[in-house]
Design a protein around this ligand. Structure first.
Ligand SMILES: Cc1cc2nc3c(=O)[nH]c(=O)nc-3n(C[C@H](O)[C@H](O)[C@H](O)COP(=O)(O)OP(=O)(O)OC[C@H]3O[C@@H](n4cnc5c(N)ncnc54)[C@H](O)[C@@H]3O)c2cc1C
Length: 546
């Protein structure tokens, strides 16, 4: 006799685990099924080389919703976010206002220091920086409530789901004319054009614009990227906007803390339990079949894997109507990012500011100019990985030394662009992996020439590797691009953004849903709360869950 649960969740990424925790807290008999031997999906820590532990994919956190940290009491389950101070943009000899070995732009959380640093580059930029920062905080405050609402279906005759939009409209009215205009700019402009209105310092604009292209297959000059810039501004740690941190023990530390909260609430979690099929009877999901053939029955099935995998791979063909299926297939993935994880014998030294120091403890951004960023995209546009890519580097061992043996370091390099679809003349990603890894090392070596001599081991994650390991379609880091046409009531299918699906009792709860990707958890939480609401609050409805 197959075992029966109130809810089965496909995927033990952070969103699946969050859904599990909320459902179990409400008294539902809940089971999480994770394909891999380790929890976390794209938020996972693994010992890739003996003694060296890596956040293999995602590596920094800022978007994780504070209400989730609070409601699930994640610190009590081991969540510890260590602050990451500053962004260091190194330049090559001859670049920048200072003569000699090269210059850099180094912004830190100490506002006064950053303004002094900016003044060295441009008095005008130093003055604009303050106003810009305040404006972005205002914009983020205005848009942030959207992260917590269930998108309405604009075509529906039921006006009730539209109610939260009333609050948003009133907030928009209160913004004032200037901010309203800026909001429209953020929705429509490229990150580069948007920043051009404010600043003249090229490395400043390039480093800021980088937030606009993370995870997208667009360049800093592509319209729409200004919104992604705002998306990354919405992060919040202990109430401070735009504060990034690294989780102790890597991003797997976050997933493990959420997993522990889910277990404590009564959820079961099974590893190495890949789901092969979602069972559907009379138009409703009734459970899943594992690849092993085991059947598990459930009142509801929540899929935290992406929309294409859920609807195309896990449902029997013919379950969905053709129009819906066509829309699922149209949802763009187009992975564009890679990751290179290195085990180092010692710290690299940057020509612009040689030796160890505070500048290595934050993000190190290889983004010297807008044109170099855009040229990196030019390669990708035609199916080549960027020969001189944009790279966001973190050295976690400077903040969390236990990630490597004493005296050694791990270095995490997030890289754009690495298009999933390569030009056929290049062969496959399996043929290009090491050449891509070499390009990343060569690029960093332009700024830190001794890097090569420090590398003990190197692990290159192409978009194909990301897809193979995590299941993220086409290696898209957000379970689908964060382009405007794929957000809010269009994510992942217009009219189906409310976590429900055309199959009754089948729900989506991963990053393919509103409000998109990143270690944010909003998707998993809202999906669970919606499911509970649809059942009148669940068996434990008396218990406070939000
Ligand atoms: C290289 C990279 C760098 C990133 N950097 C950052 C960053 O620094 N900060 C940030 O906030 N975000 C970052 N992201 C994005 C972020 O990590 C993801 O958006 C987020 O982790 C997705 O979480 P999820 O729970 O929605 O889905 P996933 O993490 O995709 O989880 C889905 C889970 O389902 C499992 N699964 C798949 N198929 C099956 C099946 N058939 N049966 C059972 N289980 C299955 C998978 O193994 C996986 O564990 C990065 C992502 C990548 C890939």
């Amino acid at each position: 006799m197959a075992e029966r649960y109130d809810a089965v969740i496909i995927g033990g990424g952070h969103n699946g685990l969050i859904s599990a925790a909320y459902l179990a807290r409400a008294g539902m008999k809940t089971l999480v099924l994770e394909r891999r031997h380790v929890l976390g999906g794209a938020a996972v820590t693994e010992e890739l080389f003996p003694g060296f532990r890596f956040s293999v994919f995602s590596y920094v956190v800022s978007l994780l919703r504070p209400e989730i940290i609070r409601e699930l009491d994640l610190p009590a389950h081991g969540l510890d976010i260590l602050p990451l101070d500053g962004t260091f943009t190194p330049l090559r000899p001859g670049e920048g206002p200072r003569s000699g070995g090269g210059d850099y732009l180094w912004r830190v959380n100490d506002h006064g220091r950053t303004i002094r640093e900016l003044r060295r580059w441009s008095k005008r930029d130093a003055e604009a920086y303050e106003e810009y920062g305040q404006l972005m905080v205002d914009m983020a405050r205005f848009i942030k409530p959207i992260l917590g609402i269930v998108p309405p279906d604009p075509a529906s005759n039921d006006p009730r789901p539209l109610l939260p939009l009333g609050g948003l409209a009133r907030a928009f009215q209160r913004l004032g004319e200037r901010q309203q205009a800026v909001f429209v700019q953020l929705m429509t402009m490229s990150a580069s054009d948007f920043l051009d209105q404010w600043f003249e310092t090229d490395p400043l604009k390039a480093t800021m614009a980088a937030s606009g292209i993370i995870g997208t297959y667009q360049g800093v000059k592509s319209p729409g990227t200004a919104y992604v810039l705002l998306h990354h501004y919405m992060g919040e740690i202990d109430g401070a906007f735009r504060a990034w941190g690294i989780p102790k023990n890597g991003t797997g530390g976050i997933s493990n803390a959420i997993g522990s909260a889910a277990r404590a609430a009564g959820a079961e979690i099974r590893l190495e339990a890949p789901v092969a099929r979602i069972l559907v009877r009379d138009g409703r999901a009734t459970g899943v079949v594992l690849e092993s053939g085991e059947e598990i029955l459930a009142g509801s099935v929540l899929s935290s894997v992406d929309s294409r995998r859920t609807f195309i791979d896990l449902l029997e063909p013919g379950t969905l109507d053709a129009d819906f299926e066509a829309q699922v297939r149209r949802f763009k993935f187009r992975g564009s990012s890679g990751k290179v994880n290195m085990a180092l014998d010692g710290l690299p030294s940057f020509t612009a500011l040689p030796g160890p120091g505070e500048h290595l403890r934050g993000a190190i951004s290889i983004s010297p100019s807008i044109d170099e960023m855009e040229r990196a995209y030019d390669d990708a546009k035609y199916g080549h990985w960027s020969r001189r890519p944009y790279i966001d580097i973190i050295i976690p061992t400077l903040v969390d030394p236990a990630m490597a043996p004493p005296g050694k370091h791990v270095m995490s390099c997030f890289v754009q662009y690495a298009p999933y679809h390569l030009d056929p003349s290049l062969g496959s990603w399996d043929d290009n992996r090491e050449a891509f890894g070499d390009a990343v090392v060569d690029r960093i070596s332009e700024f830190a020439p001794d890097l090569k001599s420090k590398i003990l081991f190197r692990n290159v994650q192409t978009p194909l590797d990301i897809e193979r390991t995590t299941g993220l379609t086409e290696g898209n880091i957000f379970q689908g691009e964060l382009s405007l046409e794929q957000l809010f009531f269009s994510r992942p299918v217009p009219g189906w953004a409310r976590f429900r699906t055309p199959v009754r009792d089948l729900w989506l709860s991963g990053s393919s849903t509103h409000p998109g990707g990143g270690i944010m958890g909003a998707n998993g939480r809202i999906a669970a709360l919606e499911l509970l609401r649809s059942r009148g609050g669940g068996r434990g409805a008396g218990r406070r869950i939000a």
